[in-house]
Design a protein around this ligand. Structure first.
Ligand SMILES: Nc1ncnc2c1ncn2[C@@H]1O[C@H](COP(=O)(O)OP(=O)(O)OP(=O)(O)O)[C@@H](O)[C@H]1O
Length: 290
């Protein structure tokens, strides 16, 4: 067997592209078995105390999405540093700016609506692998910043309403949403919003009630409560998949160096070329994306 050593960037071997339709590896369960998520058809809500490991889980998903063919990222991070490493790969990176956040959500809803018109015209109920349409993954790290802190009450309500629309429309048209909050309370995660997330991950919480707000009423009473996770067991969570029973998991952890290495590699695989690979997308083309 011969090995070719790449001498220039153009010679770096590119692995076969991942797809958002592939299961996403996010860690292991309590028996050491790998845990995968199908985020494409189920939104993911992750919540728990600061430092519990929510961003770690989100970075696994971001890393997978970044390495996928035909997948676009829309990132909301009022703190800038949690999702910042992926910003150059994203169609939009929204920092502490609720006006921009509202504008981007409006545009995403236009795309979702166009996609439903396309599905209807093609006698289909949901997007499938091979349709050729891009997957647009929206990731929000610290939901509460946009729904309770930044802007006016009216803007916060508008943001929440648009987000609810995207979370309910996105799953069938290839536009899943991943959202994180360190405030598991009813004002941030009302049941009507929570129940639109097919996956819910509860990282360490301080009370049974907070855990129930994330997973759903009654789980703590049946013994599934994120308040039993030790503060030193960062990355541990209860993961609920719609219709199932919560599983105890430990999220895989990417260091900052890992994250920047993946982001750099993903940026290289996504570079504009004159060949057949996916061209860079101008965010202003969103409205035509369907
Ligand atoms: N899966 C994991 N395995 C081991 N350590 C982890 C894991 N996830 C997180 N940690 C440790 O916990 C720290 C905090 O994690 P992380 O930033 O993901 O928490 P968070 O819940 O997002 O916090 P915040 O709400 O403040 O953003 C990390 O810097 C890391 O040291």
């Amino acid at each position: 067997m011969t090995t070719t050593i790449p001498t220039t960037a153009a010679a770096v071997p590119v692995g076969p592209g991942l797809s958002m339709f592939d299961p996403i590896f996010i860690g292991i369960d309590e028996f050491g078995q790998p845990v995968y998520l199908d985020v494409i058809y189920r939104n993911l809500l992750t919540a728990g105390e600061p430092g519990g490991g929510k961003s770690g889980l989100i970075n696994n998903i971001c890393g997978h999405a970044a390495l996928c063919d035909n997948t676009r990222l829309v990132l909301f991070d009022a703190k800038l540093v949690e999702l910042g490493p992926w910003r150059d790969l994203a169609d939009a990176f929204i920092g502490p700016d609720i006006d921009q956040g509202i504008d981007v959500l409006r545009r995403l809803l236009v795309v979702a609506t166009n996609r439903y018109a396309w599905l209807l015209a093609n006698r289909r109920r949901k997007l499938a692998d091979g349709d050729g349409m891009s997957v647009i993954v929206t990731i929000i790290d610290e939901l509460a910043m946009f729904s309770t802190v930044l802007g006016t009450k009216q803007q916060q309500e508008e943001f929440s309403t648009l987000l609810r629309g995207l979370v309910s429309l996105g799953r069938a048209c290839g536009m899943p949403v991943v959202a994180a909050t360190q405030r598991p309370s009813w004002d941030i995660i009302p049941a009507s919003l929570r129940d639109l997330f097919g996956y819910r991950a509860a990282f360490r919480c301080t009370s049974l009630n907070s855990s129930n707000i994330i997973l759903g009423q009654g789980w703590a009473e049946q013994g599934y409560t994120a308040s039993d996770i030790s503060p030193t067991n960062q990355g541990a969570a209860y993961l609920l998949a719609e219709g199932g029973v919560p599983r105890r998991i430990k999220a895989a952890y990417l260091t900052d160096t890992d994250i920047y290495n993946i982001a750099d590699y993903a940026a290289w695989t996504r570079r504009p070329t004159t060949g057949t690979s996916t061209p860079a997308v101008n965010p202003t083309e969103w409205e035509m994306a369907a």
